[in-house]
Design a protein around this ligand. Structure first.
Ligand code: GDP
Length: 446
């Protein structure tokens, strides 16, 4: 699949990173070298690779260390953020005109997947409640109009085409009268399919540029076949100079592309990728999310989200505060409750088992036996206690425990269990306060 090898290479690189201590300059250099090699093998443009690796290196060596993460996690996070950046940063949605019809013009080489994409987009827009009109302004290829009619029919969208038998026709005129037709017939969006050539040529650019001027599109989408290797960057540049475009569509992302084109085009042209087309059926279209694509490339799935959550939850300063309290022996059930709630914020704990690099087995065991309803019960019990009881569990005699159990709808045994667990946790916290490790690198105090 696309990015398969790249993913494997990057993941392999991360595996070799240490999870303890600090990253040395030579660790970072070694990693960056591996990343550089992996990107070049995936046909990412050299200029993009250079910038990418320089940025990753600088950040990995900087003081911007994230104390909630171990070194390996930090590098993954930096690489991820930089990947998101070269893929365009924030997601960019399709832009529409203030007064309909919105005009979307497609440009790209022949065979790039323009006509197929036109059908997919028409279908998507129809599903979203629009009334798209497809305009066949590709009069170069004998079969192009016919092909657009086929996908239009599949999408359930009207196709505006020159009368058959009308010979070659003038694509600029067709485009202009198509937009006029849409205005009259109340189509709120038009999609103009234009001609492509097998290679970039001047005639093609001139024609596309004329169509652009004649129809004043809200979006000009450059469709690029993901299977295009290093050439993708040159083609994209040629189209940017010749017609200019407002956004990019990556087609055939389902194929066996190495992903280089995808990773280069947005960065080199400064234009966002708006859609990814990934199959021959009309449903195979996705809005492009740079962040999701980056995690797909890093093959990390939910791990990155979990890293972010972990970082928010196990905030170093929080841990410090707790440690200070412990030093003064002031760790109470209220603090305990707060900690459990932080853990709960991390969502489904079991999901992340074994996913974070460097997770200790002791931690895994603790999480294994953990469920959210238990936190709720714990909360009920603690809320059933008086402030004095929360502050000092030693005063919890039998009758107090019975009262708390009744008040929070649990058994006395459950109250006892909670108190025992709290006392154990307090002991563990003390260890942490004395600087002994819990065996969980970067995870603060759990
Ligand atoms: P155009 O010349 O730019 O209009 O390109 P077409 O839309 O005719 O597509 C060229 C070929 O690529 C056709 O055989 C399509 O079926 C195929 N194609 C287009 N988009 C995709 C895609 O996302 N995935 C796959 N696998 N094939 C595609």
């Amino acid at each position: 699949a696309t990015f398969g090898t790249l993913s494997d290479r990057l993941v392999e690189t991360f595996k070799n990173l240490r999870t303890k201590g600090r990253l040395s300059a030579s660790d970072v250099d070694g990693t960056v070298r591996e990343i550089r090699r992996a990107l070049l093998e995936a046909d990412v443009a050299l200029e993009v690779v250079k910038k990418f690796t320089a940025d990753v290196r600088e950040r990995a060596l900087s003081d911007e260390v994230n104390k909630a993460l171990n070194p390996a996690q930090q590098v993954v996070q930096i690489v991820n953020e930089e990947l998101v950046a070269i893929l365009g940063g924030e997601q960019r949605k399709l832009q529409f005109a203030k007064t309909p019809p919105s005009v979307i013009m497609l440009a790209g080489l022949q065979g790039s997947g323009k006509t197929t994409f036109a059908g997919k987009l028409a279908k998507k827009l129809k599903d979203d409640g629009h009334t798209p009109l497809l305009i066949a302004a590709d009069l170069q290829r004998p079969n192009a109009v016919n092909q657009l009619q086929v996908v239009g029919e599949q999408a359930g969208a009207t196709v505006y085409a020159p009368e058959p038998g009308n010979g070659v026709g003038d694509p600029v005129k067709v485009a202009r009268s198509g937009v006029e037709f849409a205005r009259q017939k109340q189509h709120d969006i038009v999609i103009i399919d234009t001609a492509g050539r097998l290679g970039v040529d001047e005639e093609l650019m001139k024609q596309a540029s004329k169509i652009r001027r004649a129809t004043d599109p809200d979006e000009v989408l450059f469709v690029i076949d993901s299977l295009t290797g290093q050439d993708a960057v040159n083609t994209a540049r040629a189209f940017q100079e010749g017609v200019d475009f407002t956004g990019v569509v990556l087609s055939k992302l389902d194929g066996d592309s190495k992903g280089g084109a995808a990773l280069s085009v947005a960065s080199v042209t400064g234009r966002p990728i708006i859609f990814a087309s990934n199959g021959e059926t009309l449903d195979a279209l996705e809005e492009f999310h740079p962040d999701r694509m980056a995690s797909r490339i890093l093959d990390l799935g939910d791990v990155l989200t979990l890293i972010e959550q972990a970082q928010r939850t196990f905030d170093q300063e929080e841990a410090q505060k707790v440690a200070e309290k412990l030093a003064k022996e002031a760790f109470t059930l209220d603090d305990f409750l707060e900690q459990m709630q932080q853990v709960k914020k991390m969502g489904s704990m079991k999901k992340m088992l074994g996913m974070l690099p460097g997770m200790g087995s002791q931690m895994k065991q603790q999480l294994e036996g953990f469920d959210d309803s238990e936190i709720d019960r714990t909360e009920a019990i603690i809320r059933g206690m008086t402030p004095a009881e929360r502050h000092n569990t030693r005063i919890l005699n039998g009758s107090r425990r019975a009262r708390i159990a009744r008040g929070s709808g649990v058994t006395v045994t459950e109250v006892n269990q909670l108190v025992n667990r709290f006392e154990q946790a307090a002991k563990m916290m003390k260890k942490v306060a004395r600087g002994e490790s819990t065996g969980i690198p970067g995870m603060g105090t759990i």
